[in-house]
Design a protein around this ligand. Structure first.
Ligand SMILES: Cc1cc2nc3c(=O)[nH]c(=O)nc-3n(C[C@H](O)[C@H](O)[C@H](O)COP(=O)(O)O)c2cc1C
Length: 160
C-alpha cells in the first residue's frame, strides 16, 4: 500500500494553522484541523484561564467528527500551540481517543516565546509504539523566515 501522510493540528488563533498548511503544501500531505464541539472563547484572558483549568484536570473536550481515515496514514505531522507548556486539550483528547501505535509521528508547535515546553514528552507518552521524531517549534506564526525554516527542517528530517 502506498505511504500516506497527514498533517493533523489544532489552532486557536491561526499560527499553527499557517504552519500546518505550509507543511501540507510542501510535503503533499493531507490536512485536517481538529475542532472542539464547543469552540474556545475569543477572548485571550478567558481562554488562558479556561485552558489552565482544563489542562490541570486533564479534560478531554468533545471534538467535531474527525473525517479522515486515521488508519490509512503511516506518517502524521501533529501540530498544536503551546498552551501552558503542553499541547492544547483538543489534541490531547484526540490522542487519548486513538492511542496511536505503529506510525511515524512528527510533532510541531507554535509558541509565544516559551518554546516547546513538555509537548514532545507529552505527545510521546500518548504515542507509545510509534516512532516519534524530535519536535519542530517556531514562535508565533514564524514571521517572514517561516517558509525557509520549514524547508530546512523538512530536509533535516528527510521528509517528504
Ligand atoms: C491558552 C493559552 C496558553 C498559552 N500558553 C503559552 C505558554 O505556556 N508558553 C508560550 O510560549 N506560549 C503560550 N501561549 C501562546 C501560544 O502558544 C502562541 O500564541 C501560539 O502561536 C498560538 O497558536 P495558534 O495561533 O495556532 O492558536 C499560550 C496561548 C494561549 C491561548
Amino acid at each position: 500500500m502506498a505511504m500516506k501522510t497527514l498533517v493533523l493540528f489544532y489552532s486557536w488563533s491561526g499560527n499553527t494553522r499557517r504552519i500546518a498548511k505550509s507543511i501540507a503544501q510542501k510535503t503533499g500531505a493531507d490536512l485536517f484541523e481538529l475542532q472542539p464541539k464547543t469552540p474556545y472563547p475569543d477572548n485571550y484572558n478567558t481562554v488562558v484561564a479556561q485552558a489552565k483549568q482544563e489542562i490541570q484536570r486533564r479534560y478531554e473536550p468533545p471534538l467535531l467528527p474527525v473525517s479522515v481515515d486515521w488508519s490509512a496514514y503511516d506518517t502524521v505531522y501533529l501540530g498544536t500551540p503551546n498552551w501552558w507548556s503542553t499541547m492544547a486539550p483538543p489534541l490531547y483528547a484526540f490522542l487519548r481517543e486513538v492511542m496511536p501505535t505503529d506510525k511515524t509521528i512528527i510533532p510541531f508547535c507554535t509558541h509565544g516565546g516559551g518554546g516547546s515546553g513538555k509537548i514532545a514528552k507529552d505527545i510521546a507518552t500518548l504515542c507509545i509504539g510509534c516512532d516519534v521524531l524530535p519536535i519542530f517549534s517556531i514562535q508565533d506564526d514564524g514571521g517572514a523566515g517561516m517558509e525557509q525554516k520549514l524547508e530546512d527542517w523538512l530536509k533535516r528530517i528527510d521528509q517528504p
